[in-house]
Design a protein around this ligand. Structure first.
Ligand code: IPM
Ligand code: MN
Length: 365
């Protein structure tokens, strides 16, 4: 069925908290898909985050970075937990592994889909009348620019006062390349892009808006609109259905993607893709390491499995296989299977059982 017979390598980075448990389920799914489609994919595990600090004294060991470099894509579980709270913030597992990885591999594209299917609209914190038909938002976040990486970024002591400074900086090249991605993605959806900025105040946002408008001239079929960040936060809550592709600078995207995510009702079902212009990327659940339910077989593996699906689509270009995973997950949910986080006091199944049910739905297809 699959004509793509190239051999691929995936670096598996289970990480901390629920990471290893949900990763196990994603690997089970991959095994089934490899057999079904005769895919030539090899996987190899590496340590990252808190577990790597414990073992090697460093959240992103050289061996892990080397392993990632040799691979065609990276599948990540989750990073961090209260065990490493004592560390100063720059040495925290997520800060000292995730941010350097993004920068090192030039992962400037971050895709965070938030999809609520009508069958699950009771999970949303929003009123039924707002979400009765569900919604489907793709948040596209610029990931290696803006205030996250701008220089100077430091503390200063001057005239008996203690200051801290971060720098928001963007150039047109950085804005153009992420804007193009948004317009290209919109072509496969509803031809609608909403760009979010704070151009009534910030210089970087004025440049952002001007540049996005310039890029949009090459995409006359796509309806572009602009909205200020503060207003966007309100409009998304008021009517998420109005939004399709949302394009954001780094910090704004950090906030907006969490907002859209929680409107689906479960952060256990949100995948995330970070990749560069060559399609090399890192795929991870958008939720955290959930240390409170770690090791209890309670975590929802869907975010991890959907991250695998995004990896297959964006890095390995296996759209069919990726679509099959998505539809199997949808079917499993429609059949009524729920993990703890989405059970709301009703019957729920374990992490492993959810993996098995998704496999059943894949096989049935
Ligand atoms: C995210 C996270 C990271 C970010 C943190 C852990 C550095 O919140 O991926 O959204 O701020 O980008
Ligand atoms: Mn975030």
């Amino acid at each position: 069925m699959n004509k793509n017979k190239k051999k691929y390598k995936i670096a598996i980075l289970p990480g901390d908290g629920i990471g290893p448990e949900v990763m196990k389920e994603a690997c089970k799914i991959l095994k089934v898909l490899k057999k079904k489609f005769n895919l030539k994919i090899k996987t190899k595990k590496y340590d990252i985050g808190g577990i790597a600090i414990d073992k090697y004294g460093c959240a992103l060991p050289k061996k892990t970075l080397k392993g990632c470099k040799k691979s065609d894509a990276i599948l990540l579980g989750s990073i961090g937990g209260p065990k490493w709270d004592y560390l100063p913030s720059k040495n925290r597992p997520e800060i000292s592994s995730l941010l350097p990885l993004r920068k090192y591999f030039n992962f400037f594209i971050n895709l965070r889909p938030s999809i609520l299917i009508p069958e699950l609209n009771n999970l949303s914190p929003l009123k039924k009348k707002i979400v009765k038909n569900g919604f489907n938002i793709l948040c596209i976040r610029e990931l290696i620019g803006g205030i996250y990486f701008g220089k100077p970024s430091k503390e200063i002591k001057k005239n008996n006062k203690h200051y801290a400074i971060d720098t928001t900086i963007y150039n047109t090249y950085e804005i153009k390349r992420i804007a193009k991605i948004a317009f290209e993605e919109a072509k496969n959806r509803n031809y609608k892009v909403t760009s979010i900025d704070k151009s009534n105040v910030l210089k970087t946002s004025k440049l952002w808006r001007k540049t996005v408008i310039k890029v949009s001239k090459k995409y006359p079929k796509i309806k572009l609109s602009h909205i200020y960040f503060d207003n966007a936060v309100m409009q998304i809550i008021k009517n998420p259905k109005k939004f399709d592709v949302i394009l954001c600078p780094n910090l704004i995207g950090d906030v907006i993607s969490d907002e859209c995510g929680i409107l689906t009702g479960s952060i256990g079902m949100l995948p995330s893709a970070s990749f560069n212009e060559n399609g090399f990327g890192l795929y991870e659940p958008a939720g955290g390491s959930a240390p409170d339910i770690q090791g209890k077989n309670l975590a929802n593996p869907i975010a991890q499995i959907l991250s695998l699906s995004m990896l297959l689509k964006y890095s390995l270009k296996m759209n069919k296989v990726s679509n099959l995973i998505n539809s199997a997950i949808k079917k499993t949910l429609i059949k009524g299977f729920r993990t703890y986080d989405i059970s709301y006091g009703k019957k729920f199944i374990t992490t492993k059982q959810m993996g098995n049910e998704i496999i059943k739905s894949i096989i049935q297809d």
